[in-house]
Design a protein around this ligand. Structure first.
Ligand SMILES: Cc1cc2nc3c(=O)[nH]c(=O)nc-3n(C[C@H](O)[C@H](O)[C@H](O)COP(=O)(O)OP(=O)(O)OC[C@H]3O[C@@H](n4cnc5c(N)ncnc54)[C@H](O)[C@@H]3O)c2cc1C
Length: 409
């Protein structure tokens, strides 16, 4: 993997820009590229439903052939073998051109990086290329009814049956489990020890005994499932890393998860919840006084939020660069995850507040699309401080692992 100087990087940027422009399907250009959010997740169901002629499938495959769905992964596993600086150029050029992401994937964000670190060669060859090509969609089987923040209390059993493992238990809040092909899952392989009794396994969701029950939310959507495993037989080769050594992999994966959640707030990200410029939205609803937002108090709070956003983005860019230059993400990702969640909640609250009564509309003719989206975005940000570890839990990680403070007595 060559690390380029500035001149080579400029040349690489030109090459990337030209390739993207030449290969982005015409059908995806413009507003259509922002619709159909399900289209970017890949997986067996996606391939089956869409067929080879589907423009998003074409786009995903073209990028996968270049290795640009996972730009920094080694080429032998389907990655691009690019340096971190080159990978950033690819990301920047996709954002700059307004192109739809070729592939969003828990496999790329979370599982792949830990497979590269902990899996054996056979597992890497089996799973990584399928992730980069969007063939297999993964879900995360961590949380259980009795194990959320205290994840190490998980009870889903994994028993050694000689020539295979048998899985019995229940997961909850498994995002998109009903759409996923495989699950990376934490299971209990020793009931006598808490953290040292956990293993990390890979489960094919089409196996007999796997059942997903979507949980219907008040919004009418069902992004999560309860996932049940009853007498599910998985091969011995499904264990990643050491038997009872899964807790270390679990924590490492959470660092990647937190880094990726935070990346949504960085350059090219959606900044969580409501979209649009907060100041402009407020001016259009509340009017202006000498060109400035008329409501002095709200103006002050919006300005503070925008300043915090800039600081957050700079910090995300700095920590991402540090992470690329060192050994991947660290416990410090909890700082960003916490700050980004709190920022997103505040920003969305300011957005609906600026809209006044119009910011209360869930549905109906009296509200514009932007207003309805602002309310839904505001509610969605409530999950930002829960998913990937709650804000309280992330503060605990910062206290213990970053600041080195002792456990409270
Ligand atoms: C949008 C979204 C997507 C998710 N997707 C997935 C997924 O795909 N796979 C998956 O496995 N899970 C998923 N989750 C579950 C998520 O990881 C858990 O909800 C989260 O870890 C919290 O666990 P819990 O819900 O059991 O809450 P609890 O652990 O019961 O926490 C309840 C409250 O107590 C607080 N609390 C608990 N312990 C402490 C402590 N030691 N110190 C201070 N405060 C504490 C918490 O901060 C929280 O406010 C998802 C959640 C959301 C919201």
């Amino acid at each position: 993997m060559a690390d380029f100087g500035a001149t080579e990087l400029d040349a690489f940027r030109t090459e990337v820009r030209e390739w993207l422009a030449a290969n982005y399907p015409a059908e995806l250009k413009g507003a259509d590229a922002k619709t159909d959010p399900e289209a970017v997740w890949g997986g067996r169901a996606f391939a089956g439903a869409r067929g080879d002629a589907d423009p998003q499938t074409q786009w995903m495959r073209r990028c996968a052939e270049k290795g640009w769905t996972a730009p920094t992964w080694p080429t032998q596993y389907g990655g691009g073998g690019l340096s971190p600086a080159q990978a950033r150029v690819v990301e920047q050029e996709i954002a700059r051109g307004g192109y739809r992401s070729p592939l969003l994937s828990f496999g790329i964000w979370m599982l792949g990086p830990v497979l590269l670190e902990y899996a054996n060669e056979e597992q890497k060859k089996e799973h990584l290329p399928k992730i980069t090509r969007g063939e297999i969609r993964w879900c995360q089987g961590y949380s259980e009814p009795g194990a959320g923040s205290d994840l190490a209390s998980l009870a889903t059993r994994c028993e050694d049956k000689g020539d295979h493992w048998q899985i019995d238990g229940q997961k909850v809040w498994t995002s998109y489990a009903d759409k996923a092909d495989w699950c990376f899952c934490l299971v209990r392989t020793d009931t006598t020890k808490k953290h040292e009794g956990i293993s990390f396994v890979l489960i094919d969701m089409s196996l007999p005994g796997v059942e997903t029950r979507p949980i219907k939310l008040i919004s009418g959507e069902s992004p999560f499932c309860e996932t049940f495993f009853t007498g599910v037989k998985i091969p011995k080769g499904a264990l990643v890393g050491q038997l009872n050594g899964g807790w270390e992999i679990a924590k490492r994966l959470l660092q990647y998860e937190r880094q990726n959640i935070s990346a949504g707030f960085g350059e090219g990200g959606t900044a969580g919840g409501a979209s649009g410029d907060l100041g402009e939205v407020a001016r259009s609803y509340l009017g202006v006084d000498e060109g400035r937002l008329a409501d002095l108090d709200l103006r002050k709070r919006i300005t503070e939020n925008k300043m915090n956003f800039q600081a957050l983005r700079q910090t995300i860019a700095r920590t991402a660069a540090e992470s690329r230059a060192s050994n991947g993400p660290s416990a410090a990702t909890s700082i960003i995850k916490y700050a980004a969640a709190e920022f997103a909640k505040e920003r969305s609250e300011l957005m609906v507040e600026a809209m006044g009564n119009q910011g209360l509309g869930w549905a109906g003719d009296g509200f514009s699309d932007g207003e309805r989206l602002a309310v839904r975005g505001w509610l969605r940000t409530k999950a930002n401080s829960i998913e990937g570890g709650t804000s309280e839990v992330n503060l605990n990680v910062v206290a213990k692992r970053v600041l080195g403070l002792p456990d409270p007595k």
